[in-house]
Design a protein around this ligand. Structure first.
Ligand code: ADP
Ligand code: MG
Length: 678
């Protein structure tokens, strides 16, 4: 058996069980070893049989006698007596007829199970039992609990791991020796043995530290290498034209905030360098990122370069094109802006492509498809990506092959990324934070609503509708589900349409609809042909409907805080007050997490809280975190993060030949290519 062997080759794991392992993502023995426990139960304390308390107990005792019988059809009972120096105790198993045969009278065992009353007498029920002279995995130790699946228990997982013990004990080190020594890390083999079979809490902590360190170290190395590769590329320097910038600013209908100014200045410094910019602008919804991006584009346009602005949806692309058009009009540069999206007619597309090729169109706005399109963008120098956390190395390479050089990349996001996460997962990006909201905007009033108070909320919504305002209703699901108890968009839509709001125009929007239908519904809502929009989180990104004043979130328990924070940013975009009602699924006391939304309007604080309570996945929503999720390290563990990051940058600074660390580099290369979070 080797690490590459299928789990089916492990003694005791047959074809059926191997399938079950497969359901947990465990195909090979290596996968099994890499399957970390969710938590542990400590059964290491051994009690004498004469002083047991109800609950889970562990004893070390000899089996005196054992017998099995059917008490009625389909109900089998195995009973045994176990004795230690001070007394005896009854053991009972249900429906395990094979038990009797496996128990050896006169042998000493470790026995762990629930000590409780059974037919007026105390007994240990369905215990795990292992020979005391062997290495115990289920009893008399700190026992790991794994994520299980139907037909595959933690006991079986432990048993399989025990069979793989010799492989665990001979695992090779993946970290450079100097790193292991300098940071006093446990070696890889001991760490994994301890993770599955800990001898003490202290050992477990050291093992977790080691494995967590490795995760952050690999991520940091991946992002540092990406950054290094990026800096070795050449991009066309784009010079700063002060007069142009001043003219643009003087024509704006508002005054830039200091945070906007700072971000723009950093961008101008980046653009003048011969290396490609790779900057992320982070700012809450409504903080004014579009104008910052437009100012970045300004210099490129003036110097004859092309700019591509990519939005996650067509609708958003159209909205951006409009906004940018208006912003550039006072300078006479609006003629350079062109929209290129999938829904254009073939004739329109041909025309747009021709405009791009001739250089007439310089500022091209569209979806991601833009860069795959058969567009001649040989003068492309700047890419602006809206609501995409990063722009992939591979995508850059595609573009480089078109343009002959690396473009500068500016990413915009409303997702607040906590500092710890920014340093590890986004280490290759330079970050500017826009933490000031343009003046005159009121914080959104947020309230948790228990099911028996919905009527009052509906009355308020009615009054807003009467006043000519529009309403968003966001649901966690599209359709009803048997598995997940939550209000679906389809159900809420039907209920509202035929109930309290039947006299209003209501639309339904979700991700499974045809793009053209989605577009139509969204456009109708933007143009106030609909009063209420019931949707899933597809509306999360960027669409601007200043007339919308209320956001109802159904089943808020199912959303991340940062996600709800982004959602509520959809309302209160004009000078009027915006409201967000979180419609709780039940009357239970809401969590500390959700309560934070009532009191805080600081996206970063909420994201930190989410990170602490639910991990990185919560910040991006499940589908987006994937490979970048840490399994052991906690991003709140600042000490570990700092150490692992330092180790990674030292390695790069010393220009160590990384190719000698084969396994490490396989992992790092995979992480380097995980470029898109969306
Ligand atoms: P986001 O950061 O969410 O993309 P936008 O760029 O869409 O935000 O800006 C939101 C609104 O705020 C727009 O209507 C924009 O014109 C306006 N805005 C941007 N900057 C300022 C500012 N400094 N003062 C006032 N309004 C501003
Ligand atoms: Mg925006």
């Amino acid at each position: 058996m080797t690490l590459e062997s299928s789990v089916g080759e492990i003694k005791g794991v047959g074809e059926v069980l191997a399938k079950k392992f497969g359901q947990l993502g465990i195909k090979s023995v290596a996968d099994l070893i890499d399957y970390y426990p969710r938590r542990y139960d400590d059964y290491s304390a051994i009690s004498p049989t004469n002083s047991l308390h109800p609950g889970v107990v562990t004893i070390e005792a000899e089996i005196k006698q054992a017998s099995g019988r059917y008490v009625r059809r389909g109900m089998h009972i195995t009973e045994a007596i176990a004795s230690d120096a001070v007394g005896s105790i009854r053991l009972i198993w249900f429906n395990q007829p094979y038990r009797v045969g496996s128990l050896k009278a006169g042998q000493k065992y470790f026995i762990t199970g629930k000590y409780e009353l059974s037919h007026q007498r105390f007994a240990i029920m369905n215990p795990a039992i292992e020979l005391a002279n062997e290495f115990p995995v289920n009893t008399a130790r700190i026992v790991p609990i794994y994520r299980e699946t139907k037909g595959l228990t933690s006991r079986q997982i432990r048993q399989a791991l025990k069979q793989a013990m010799s492989l665990i004990e001979s695992l090779v080190e993946t970290l450079p020796t100097e790193v292991v020594n300098q940071y006093k890390l446990v070696d890889r083999s001991s760490a994994l043995k301890t993770i599955h079979f800990p001898e003490s809490d202290a050992d477990l902590q050291a093992a977790r530290y080691r494995l967590g360190f490795e995760e952050v170290f690999q991520l940091s190395l991946a992002s540092l290498l990406n950054k290094q590769a990026n800096l070795q590329q050449l991009a066309p320097p784009i010079m700063f034209n002060e007069k142009l910038a001043k003219t643009f600013v003087s024509e704006l209908p508002f005054k830039l905030t200091n945070a906007q100014r700072a971000a723009i200045w950093q961008i101008y410094l980046d653009l003048q360098k011969p290396q490609p910019m790779n900057r992320l602008i982070e700012g809450d919804v409504g903080s004014g990122k579009t104008v910052v991006a437009t100012m970045a584009a300004l210099m490129a346009l003036e110097q004859g370069w092309q700019v591509a602005f990519m939005a996650p949806t067509e609708l958003l692309a159209r909205q951006h094109a409009d906004t940018i058009h208006k912003l550039l009009r006072p300078l006479g540069l609006e003629t350079k802006v062109d929209l290129l999206v999938g829904s254009l007619s073939p004739a329109q597309k041909t025309k747009a492509r021709a405009a791009v090729a001739s250089g007439q169109a310089q500022f091209i706005v569209g979806t991601q498809a833009l860069i795959q399109d058969k567009v001649d963008m040989h003068k492309l120098a700047l890419i602006i990506v809206d609501e995409q956390h990063r722009f992939g190395v591979d995508q850059r390479k595609t573009l480089m092959s078109k343009a002959g050089h690396m473009p500068h990349v500016l990413s915009l996001t409303a997702t607040p990324i906590p500092r710890s996460l920014a340093l590890t997962v986004y280490g290759e990006l330079d970050i500017s934070i826009i933490n000031i909201k343009p003046g005159g905007r009121l914080p959104i009033i947020t309230k948790l609503v228990s099911p028996n108070s919905t009527k009052a909320v509906y009355q308020f919504v009615e009054s807003e509708l009467q006043a000519g305002r529009q309403i968003f209703v966001v649901c966690p699901l599209i359709k009803e589900s048997d598995v997940i108890q939550a209000n679906s968009a389809e159900k809420v839509y039907e209920t509202l349409r035929t109930g309290v709001f039947k006299h209003w125009r209501i639309g339904l929007l979700h991700g499974k609809m045809k793009p053209s239908d989605k577009n139509q519904i969204m456009t109708d809502f933007v143009n106030h042909k609909l009063d209420i929009l019931v949707s899933t989180t597809v509306i999360e990104v960027g669409v601007d409907v200043p007339n919308a004043s209320v956001m109802l979130v159904e089943g808020p328990e199912r959303f991340g805080l940062a996600q709800i924070h982004q959602l509520r940013g959809r309302v209160g975009r004009s000078h009027d007050q915006g409201y967000c009602y979180l419609m709780l699924s039940d009357s239970k006391q809401p969590s500390r997490r959700l309560k934070a939304l009532e009191s805080s309007s600081d996206g970063f604080k909420l994201a930190e809280l989410d990170l602490e309570i639910r991990g990185p996945g919560a910040i991006y929503g499940t589908s987006q975190s994937g490979d970048l999720d840490l399994r052991i390290a906690k991003l709140s563990d600042t000490h570990l993060i700092a150490a692992a990051r330092q180790a990674a940058s030292q390695l790069i600074e010393r220009q160590v030949n990384l190719l000698q660390y084969k396994q490490l580099m396989t992992n790092v290369t995979r992480l380097q290519s995980v470029t898109n979070l969306n």
